[in-house]
Design a protein around this ligand. Structure first.
Ligand SMILES: *[C@@H]1O[C@H](CO)[C@@H](O)[C@H](O)[C@H]1NC(C)=O
Ligand SMILES: *[C@@H]1O[C@H](CO)[C@@H](O)[C@H](O)[C@H]1NC(C)=O
Length: 264
């Protein structure tokens, strides 16, 4: 009878465990260091427990969504991995079930410093003169909080010297593209044709990363103003006046020439 009872318990346990699905499609996504771990399926009457390399986070059944999110406070250079365990809701008198190995899934490894995507930056043209253009690029704010001040850090503060900006530009109305890489958020471009309008696009660029992950999203295109020619600056009235003066001068020259010729 005892043996029979044990077999029944084992069968019940197996059924319970079988009812709990294993986490699938475990993926990391990270934008500007805001990192989210997602998986399927949505839990019904069970919970997921996620063990991170750094801390533990439990999902109760009331959290029907299947994602974890955290700011990875100041530890962006670390590699993270997660172990997602599906656990059936266990009541206190169900001691046997406690010892059961529930299905679990390991996430891929993730390193925000090397893998977090960087969104498009914004910038403005600060100066354009004598064939030289200065761009002022705004460093994005990340989701990383400074341990000292509690403030959110910029991508410059996170990456320091590892952060460059890639700039592609072309003369307005022409297709020939040029490229330059700036170490600083204030980027200077020289050897441009003075007076012409140029259009620029900027993206964060981290050459220390693997090739496919180096480039952030491209910014919107911003064009410099072409230096206007003198004639464009003059009003219609001024132009008429100028023509009138020209006419008088020419008339005088003609009259003087005619008079001189007659004397000859
Ligand atoms: C760049 O622009 C920001 C405002 O967008 C300004 O505060 C900063 O002083 C500018 N940098 C330089 C070097 O002019
Ligand atoms: C980028 O600009 C700097 C300074 O204007 C210049 O010295 C350098 O040759 C440029 N690099 C490329 C790849 O055009």
């Amino acid at each position: 009878i005892t043996i029979l009872f044990l077999i029944v318990v084992v069968i019940v346990v197996v059924i319970v465990v079988d009812l709990v699905p294993r986490a699938e499609n475990v993926t990391w996504s990270s934008l500007n260091f805001k990192t989210i771990l997602t998986w399927d399926p949505t839990p019904t009457d069970y919970t997921y427990t996620v063990h991170f390399a750094e801390y533990v986070h439990t999902h109760t059944p009331t959290h029907t969504h299947t994602q974890c999110q955290h700011g990875l406070q100041g530890n962006v250079v670390l590699t993270y991995s997660a172990d997602i365990k599906s656990e059936h809701d266990v009541t206190d008198d169900d001691d046997d079930v406690d010892d059961v190995e529930f299905p679990h899934t390991y996430s891929p490894k993730f390193n925000p410093y090397r893998e977090s995507q960087i969104s498009a930056v914004s910038f403005k043209i600060q100066a354009a003169e004598n064939g030289m253009v200065t761009l002022n690029i705004s460093d994005l704010i990340t989701s990383v909080r400074s341990r000292q001040s509690g403030k959110l850090l910029t991508i410059r503060e996170v990456f320091n010297k590892d952060l460059k900006y890639k700039i592609i530009y072309h003369k307005a109305g022409s297709t020939g593209k040029r490229e330059n890489i700036s170490d600083y958020s204030i980027a200077k471009l020289s050897n441009l044709d003075a007076g012409d309008s140029y259009c620029f696009k900027v993206a964060a660029f981290i050459p220390s990363r693997a090739k496919a992950l180096q480039l952030g999203a491209w910014s919107q295109e911003v064009c410099s103003e072409a230096e206007r020619h003198i004639l464009h600056e003059l009003s219609v009235g001024a132009l008429v006046g100028l023509l009138f003066i020209l006419l008088i001068v020419i008339s005088i020259i003609v009259i003087v020439t005619i008079l001189c010729c007659r004397r000859c």
